[in-house]
Ligand binder design. Structure first.
Ligand SMILES: *Cc1c(COP(=O)(O)O)cnc(C)c1O
Length: 359
């Protein structure tokens, strides 16, 4: 019995400490988790009644085609129903893309650092990984193009990027699509797109008519507040989606996830409200950083990467002991930074007060 050699270089995902464990370990009554970019305002109030209804149906397998959600989402996005693929989180779409396109003979181009699941799944498929360092927190698009050759199958763009929060503007995105050879699939991971307020952030969906080699990833885990239920999706040409469909497990999204996503999608007022509150939250951190002369990346997501120019694990530990779980940049490629999820106004103020003491 032998595990594939390429798996030996990988570690299983290390999740952040659970709230209950931190409470026990440090004897705290209240612990705030701002480590995984979950929505501090929860999800739409329309979700609970939809779940209560669906819970009566647990004996039945889910609809493998997600017909009801598919219909609503295709109308919402203005695409054909067959242009959508649903996943157990958009993480699973990353896995499906890798299973469908990558093998030992191919390579894939990825920013370094960025969201780790692209690399992780590509390594499992045995593909050669070509990592292109980010510059000032931004994808180096010219270098990414320069790394493409005839064996390149997939290039990954994360915008807004995790963990930097930086985004690719419309002009850069269009110019990138123009230059990428047609045999290379471009993945535009837009997990945080609902939080974007920059006016020159591209609307990528209409570009699908023009580019058969583009797939857009989105999720219900972040702004929609449904991380626990695991549901995300990909949007691409009908041909590409239908080509990848056999690599999807038949019942990969649950009844509860589909029902919750459908209810959440219909409540766009909730999303707009979260976007506005999040923007104000980002500004609380900007003001703090500018006041204290601390460097940070302006963010289009619901998190901010702040460079304290000192050991990130130490800063992480100090906040943890006070009951605030954030993400140390050490594991994210930024060893002197913390990535903090934007919380409610009150939570942000509490963290900022502590950071003021520690930095
Ligand atoms: C959180 C996140 C995802 C995936 O989340 P799912 O819960 O699997 O949908 C994808 N990409 C980025 C950049 C993320 O931060």
């Amino acid at each position: 019995m032998e595990i594939k050699t390429q798996l030996r270089s990988l570690k299983p995902y290390q999740p952040g400490k659970p709230i209950e464990e931190v409470k026990k370990e440090y004897g705290l009554d209240r612990v705030v988790k701002l480590a995984s970019n979950e929505n501090p305002y929860g999800c739409s109030e329309k979700v609970a009644p939809a779940l209560e209804e669906e819970i009566k149906q647990l004996v039945l397998y889910p609809d493998g085609y997600s017909a009801a959600l598919r219909e609503e989402l295709s109308k919402f996005l203005g695409v054909k129903e067959k242009q959508l693929i649903f996943g157990n989180g958009s993480d699973e779409i990353v896995q499906i893309i890798c299973r469908s396109l990558l093998d030992k003979e191919s390579n894939t181009v990825i920013a370094l650092p960025t969201f780790p699941q692209y690399r992780h799944n590509a390594v499992i498929e045995g593909a050669e990984i070509r990592e292109v360092p980010v510059v000032n927190g931004e994808h180096n698009l010219d270098e990414m193009i320069a790394n493409i050759d005839k064996n390149t199958k997939v290039v990954w763009l994360c915008s807004p990027d995790n963990p930097t929060g930086k985004y690719i503007n419309e002009q850069s995105f269009l110019s990138f699509m123009e230059r990428v050879p047609k045999h290379v699939l471009v993945v535009s991971d837009e997990a945080y797109r609902e939080y974007v307020t920059a006016e020159d952030y591209p609307d990528t969906v209409p570009l699908l008519d023009q580019y058969q080699n583009l797939i857009i990833l989105r999720t219900f885990s972040k702004a929609y507040g449904l991380a626990a239920l695991r549901i995300g999706y990909g949007i691409a040409s009908e041909e590409l989606i239908q080509g990848m469909e056999p690599a999807r497990e038949p019942f990969n999204t649950s009844r509860l996830a589909q029902a919750a996503a459908l209810a959440a999608l219909k409540d766009q007022a909730f999303i707009t409200d979260c976007r506005e509150r999040n923007k104000k939250g980002r500004e609380q951190y900007y003001r703090f950083c500018e006041e204290m002369n601390i460097s940070y990346f302006p963010s289009e997501g619901n998190f901010i990467l702040i460079d304290f120019k000192r050991d990130a694990n130490e800063m992480f530990q100090k906040l943890l002991e006070q009951g605030y779980i954030v993400r140390s940049g050490a594991a994210l490629g930024f060893p002197t930074s913390l990535r903090i999820t934007i919380g409610s106004e009150e939570q942000n103020n509490e963290i900022i007060e502590l950071l003021r003491l520690f930095s």
